[in-house]
Design a binder for this molecule. Structure first.
Ligand SMILES: Cc1cc2nc3c(=O)[nH]c(=O)nc-3n(C[C@H](O)[C@H](O)[C@H](O)COP(=O)(O)OP(=O)(O)OC[C@H]3O[C@@H](n4cnc5c(N)ncnc54)[C@H](O)[C@@H]3O)c2cc1C
Length: 435
């Protein structure tokens, strides 16, 4: 927006293709089952993730994981995170901006009896931090010729806006393989196409947003070796518990369940309640059957402290078809984190008891099969324990920035994406201010 009229050239290099030009939920033929199947088809197991990070997947397409994400856009509870690198006042400003551009709303399930009744039970039963789940969704109706078809947010929502502001270049099926740096300054990117032709694109400013796995890989492959590159990888313990609520407790149209229980110092877990299973969202083209039973899902997220030894590094013995070394992922839980799993089980049992939910069997999701992996190019002031400064610029290399989940130094038990977007907008403001 700030470079709207200054004639600077902006280019986007995307490795993948266009698999959906919007979030999957915006497509009339998609429902939850089909979108999950399509996600399995498009994503691939992450090379190098075995055996310690077994569930991790790579998603290569324009829009990245945001064309599939579940849209829960809550702020991190920064008071629970130590040494956050950006001043809290700045974070609040940029959270406000990110929420506005992503259309974050807590109106999505407001008024549905399923949400309202369970929220009452939880708030009265000792979980006052329960609230409507904030969802990145444009709920404005299409009216007076203005079409609001892009209901659920994805990176395409921002690309679309940009496309009406000013021209920019975009190459798809174009793989960035190396960052070019000369005397501490970014000078360009080496890019390859699937026919293995390579191109050098000159640039004074480069923003790497290729994911927590690929961004450190590209930095390391470019000879950018700072002590923390690839290290301090973090994610969350992720547990699922199916449940049932009594159909007779709710009106004939129970609506949608979307409740978020945010973490507190005493209960450092984030818990989501969603449902009814299969119909927490569904296309208007599909007829929703009468649900004789109300199945719901409780999702519980527990924090994993960032540790140096949990990391992504280059595999010296294996290269991919572009000649880029593959990665190896090393990951383990500490004993304290193992012990937390039992406490998470107890927390979910208490929730189900106060909310009158009959619980099914708990399931611990395989490590890595939660797309919150972060931290491999963490922000911070100290170059020995971080990769970028608080504006996302790689320490010691002017003009080279990172703006994806890899910059998040901590995520606690929260969702990463709103924070990544807020920090990315702050990085963009910094770049515009310096140009
Ligand atoms: C099913 C699902 C549900 C989720 N639900 C939530 C949620 O409710 N809340 C939440 O906060 N988060 C959620 N997430 C996570 C969220 O999608 C991610 O936090 C976010 O997309 C991460 O953005 P990123 O830029 O770090 O990486 P990505 O989204 O992975 O984007 C990386 C991009 O870089 C491209 N790329 C990779 N390598 C190269 C290369 N060498 N050259 C050029 N381009 C390259 C990829 O194709 C892709 O476009 C969910 C994710 C999934 C899959």
């Amino acid at each position: 927006e700030q470079w709207r009229n200054n004639g600077k050239r902006i280019g986007i290099i995307e490795r993948g293709n266009i698999v959906m030009p919007t979030h999957g939920r915006n497509l009339p033929m998609m429902n939850r089952t089909r979108l999950a199947q399509y996600y399995q088809y498009i994503s691939k197991p992450l090379q190098g993730s075995l055996p310690e990070f077994i569930g991790a997947r790579e998603v290569i397409c324009l829009g990245g994981r945001t064309v599939f994400w579940d849209l829960v856009a809550s702020r991190l509870v920064l008071s629970l995170l130590p040494d956050w690198p950006v001043p809290i006042r700045d974070m609040e400003t940029y959270y406000d901006i990110a929420e506005r551009v992503m259309n974050v709303t807590d109106e999505y399930a407001k008024g549905s009896t399923l949400t309202e009744k369970l929220l009452d039970r939880l708030q009265l039963g000792g979980f006052p931090e329960s609230r409507y789940m904030p969802i990145a969704a444009d709920l404005h109706p299409t009216k007076f010729g203005e079409v609001h078809a892009d209901v659920f947010f994805s990176s395409f929502s921002l690309l679309a806006k940009a496309s009406f502001l000013r021209p920019f270049d975009m190459a798809i099926n174009a793989r960035a393989v190396q960052m070019l740096v000369d005397q501490g300054k970014a000078t360009g990117v080496k890019v390859m196409s699937p026919d293995m032709s390579s191109y050098i694109l000159k640039a004074k400013t480069i923003v790497l947003s290729t994911s927590t796995y690929e961004t450190p890989r590209l930095l390391l492959h470019s000879g950018i070796q700072g002590g923390a590159v690839g290290h301090y990888m973090t994610n969350q313990v992720f547990m699922l518990a199916p449940g049932k609520v009594n159909r007779k407790d709710f009106t004939d149209i129970p609506g949608t369940l979307a409740i978020l229980i945010t973490a507190t110092p005493e209960k450092p877990y984030q818990i989501r309640l969603i449902g009814p299973s299969g119909y927490d969202w569904y296309p208007s083209s599909e007829e929703k059957p009468f649900l004789e039973e109300l199945d719901i899902l409780i999702q519980c997220f527990g924090k994993i402290n960032p540790r140096y030894e949990n990391r992504v590094s280059l595999n010296p013995n294996r290269k991919d078809e572009y000649g880029v070394p593959e990665i190896e992922v090393y990951f383990s839980f500490s004993e304290a984190e193992q012990a937390e799993i039992q406490k998470m089980v107890e927390a979910v049992k208490r929730i189900s008891s106060v909310a009158d939910i009959t619980l099914g069997e708990f399931c611990l999701v395989p490590t890595g099969d939660l797309h919150h992996t972060s931290g491999t190019c963490r922000m911070g002031d100290d170059p020995s324990t971080s990769v970028t400064d608080q504006y996302g610029q790689v320490h010691g290399i002017s003009g080279l920035y990172v703006a994806d989940n890899s910059v998040l130094p901590f995520i606690g038990s929260g969702n990463p994406t709103l924070t990544t977007v807020a920090l990315a907008i702050r990085t963009a403001d910094q770049i515009a201010a310096q140009a």
